[in-house]
Design a protein around this ligand. Structure first.
Ligand code: KIV
Ligand code: ZN
Length: 520
């Protein structure tokens, strides 16, 4: 059996469609470039027909990212497939990934189609997609709740029509490992010509079993894993790429010598880049990439690790690129050192952009003695990854009065889609007063789900990083702001989250027609 497991990354598609994880085109490009350095085999860059934003991102990634196969999702519809093909036109290597649901529940209630109609759609869609590329993937959505014999027939139809990859999604995260492994084995035993295609799995984490299910599927013969960085994705997310890849590497004794093309030393960087972009950080105890993944707190553990690392560590932190020491840059550091550090952090910029960053870096280094990785990441975020022209709210000016003997009061002047608005408000503290003044100016009352502020570095000249998670207009969004002034950092985080909620809401409205036809 094939000794290679293909890694199909869907962070930019399944991951991005989860609440609070929307990304701009520029952010998607940065992440796709890092995924290419990570060495994934396939980047699912979006769902071209879903929105103009998705189309643009796939097009840009196709033009600029070399190495991995670039893929677009599409429903089993000719128009969707044409749009996907158009977005992928310039890709060095391209894949069209088309899907339709095969479970009773989905066919009856969502598609309102009977099984023969679904088979007909599969045949038409897959053969149509083959007009644009030789690399066509077909997914049987909700495969784990599909009636077995019909599932076999759907797969057989897709293979006869020219599919080269067959994907078995556990769309609702319902499967358990043994049962899912058996399903893969049964498909291999019962579908004619299944050995002509790569058998893939796509597991959701609703019961916390996505990684376990994916790995069991590999044991039973699956050879492509669909996964996301940090396990982000619809609802509880998808199988986490870093977990699947490291499990295969660390437990060769169990899985056999199955290789992936992933350069595991890029894992931590990729995870951090995604966190920075989305403003959503992984929990400290997250496997492989969490802050505590290699921290030993108990005295007995520390003693053991100092004597010999393998007493309590099953993988070497360096193997996943976990930073063990940090280089600090200062005002005497040059462009070369800056570029090198940025590359180590997972960023690649043009000469022109480096010059722009260098100027900002020098200004910051003048204010702060030492510039840490966190400062650099924050600077890049501010400079390149804001939602740019898509910022409906822009703060023009704010002023706050606070002290131990006055009621904190803030006045704000802002622009909402170009229209000027001002308001004054009091609050429990200066941050509260400013946030309330912004809300008053806009006449809105978003629900705060989380607010935190922390110093990025250990000194009092540190930049403060504020994070806000809120719900507005039925949309959840997170934002971050970094500044040496804690109030400005908080205001920026609040406005960033609000802007993302507004932009995302507009994006969802554009997409509503697509979502009516089902989970994607
Ligand atoms: O979860 C799912 O079924 C999907 C498919 C479109 C592959 O994301
Ligand atoms: Zn999915």
């Amino acid at each position: 059996m094939e000794k290679r497991v293909f890694v199909f990354d869907t962070t930019l598609r399944d991951g991005e469609q989860a609440p609070g994880f929307s990304m701009t085109t520029e952010e998607k490009l940065q992440l796709a470039q890092q995924l290419a350095r990570l060495g994934v085999d396939v980047i699912e860059a979006g769902f071209a027909a879903a929105s103009a934003g998705d189309f643009e991102a796939i097009k840009l990634i196709s033009e600029r990212v070399k190495g991995p196969v670039i893929c677009s999702l599409s429903r089993a519809l000719e128009r969707d497939i044409e749009i996907a093909a158009e977005a992928l036109k310039t890709a060095e290597r391209k894949r069209i990934h088309t899907f339709i649901a095969t479970s009773e529940i989905h066919m009856k209630y969502k598609l309102k189609m009977d099984p023969p109609q679904v088979l007909e759609r599969i045949k038409r869609a897959v053969s149509f997609a083959r007009n644009f590329t030789d690399d066509v993937e077909f997914s049987c959505e909700d495969a784990t709740r599909s009636e077995r014999e019909f599932l076999y027939r759907a797969i057989e139809t897709a293979i006869s029509a020219g599919a080269t990859v067959i994907n078995i999604p556990d769309t609702v995260g319902y499967a358990v490992p043994e049962e899912f492994g058996q399903l893969i084995k049964d498909i291999k035993d019962n579908v004619p010509d299944i050995d002509r295609v790569v058998l893939s799995v796509h597991c959701h984490d609703d019961l916390g079993l996505a990684t376990a299910n994916s790995l069991t599927a590999i044991k039973y013969g699956a050879r492509q894993i669909e996964c996301t960085i940090n396990g982000i994705g619809e609802r509880a997310g998808n199988a986490a790429l870093e977990e699947v890849v490291m499990a295969l590497k660390v437990r060769k004794d169990h899985f056999g010598d199955l290789k992936t093309s992933v350069n595991t030393r890029e894992l931590y960087k990729t995870s951090r880049l995604l966190c920075r972009i989305t403003g959503s950080f992984v929990q400290p105890n997250k496997a492989v990439v969490g802050d505590n993944a290699f921290a030993h707190e108990s005295g007995i553990h520390q003693h053991g690790v100092l004597k010999h690392r393998i007493t309590y560590e099953i993988m070497n932190p360096e193997e996943v690129g976990f930073p063990m020491s940090r280089i600090v840059l200062g005002k005497h550091s040059g462009r070369h050192a800056l570029r090198k550090r940025l590359e180590d952090l997972g960023f690649r910029f043009t000469e022109e952009d480096i010059n722009r960053i260098f100027e900002k870096f020098k200004a910051l280094a003048d204010k702060k003695k030492e510039v840490y990785d966190e400062d650099l990441e924050a600077l890049i975020y501010q400079e390149f990854m804001k939602i740019e022209d898509q910022e409906p709210i822009k703060i023009e000016h704010f002023q706050v009065q606070s002290g131990d003997s006055i009621v904190p009061t803030a006045t704000v002047k802002l622009l909402y889609k170009g229209e000027e608005k001002t308001a004054t408000s009091t609050g429990n503290g200066p941050v509260d007063a400013t946030v309330k003044a912004i809300q008053k100016a806009l006449g809105i009352n978003p629900k705060f789900l989380d607010y935190s502020i922390k110093a990025l570095t250990p000194n009092t000249d540190a930049q403060a990083e504020a994070r806000v998670v809120l719900e507005f207009g039925g949309v959840k969004a997170s934002g971050r702001g970094v500044d040496t002034d804690v109030i400005r950092a908080s205001v920026n985080a609040f406005v960033d989250a609000l802007n993302r909620a507004i932009v995302r809401k507009e994006y969802i409205l554009q997409r509503s027609e697509i979502r009516e036809e089902g989970t994607v």
